[in-house]
Design a protein around this ligand. Structure first.
Ligand SMILES: C[S@@+](CC[C@H](N)C(=O)[O-])C[C@H]1O[C@@H](n2cnc3c(N)ncnc32)[C@H](O)[C@@H]1O
Length: 162
């Protein structure tokens, strides 16, 4: 899948699950507010699925946010994490988009991964195509500390003019 088709998908599959190695590096997390309904493992202790709409629920603790890639809605997920102030968001490094402004204005730091990522299918197998673009991990509160202390290869950006 290309970046374009992934990022602009509206009404298409949004199930691009986080690889285990990322969760092992950065977890554990208290809440995944947009968990896959069918998933190989839980990304967090508590999991909100689409049927209960994680955007409409109260968030608690350290949040793992790999949001649905609907460009009409992704900014709302990121704004809610910024307001919550504790967690990590995984997004494509589309730094020029309107929705990425939620990260520029709300995150404490950003780790730009040095390579692309193969997301997973609901059965835990890797998607054949990689993410099609670099990945950014935005840290908030304790989430920023987790990124700072991780061994993930990439570039850690801690200061910028928003
Ligand atoms: C990119 S996947 C990430 C899944 C999981 N959080 C992970 O990191 O592996 C986004 C998921 O959000 C779910 N989703 C979409 N809209 C949602 C909503 N309003 N509330 C909760 N989950 C939702 C989809 O079912 C999809 O599995």
């Amino acid at each position: 899948m290309t970046l374009g088709s992934h990022q602009t998908s509206i009404g298409k599959s949004q199930v691009h699950l986080t690889p285990r190695w990322l969760l092992d590096q950065l977890g554990p997390f208290d809440l995944d507010p947009c968990a896959a309904t069918v998933r190989p493992w839980d990304c967090a202790a508590e999991n909100y699925v689409e049927a209960i709409d994680g955007l409409a629920q109260p968030w608690k603790g350290l949040v793992w946010l790999n949001p649905p890639f609907d460009r009409r809605l992704i900014g709302r997920w990121l704004a809610k994490l910024a307001e919550h102030g504790q967690g990590i968001a995984l997004v494509h490094a589309r730094t020029e988009t309107a929705w990425f402004r939620q990260i520029w204005t709300g995150a404490d730091l950003i780790l730009f991964l040095g390579h692309r990522v193969n997301f997973l299918r609901p059965d835990g197998s890797a998607q054949p195509a990689n993410s099609g673009a670099p990945i950014a991990l935005a840290g908030y509160g304790e989430g920023a500390n987790r990124l700072r202390n991780s061994d993930l290869p990439g570039t850690l950006v801690t200061e910028w003019a928003a």
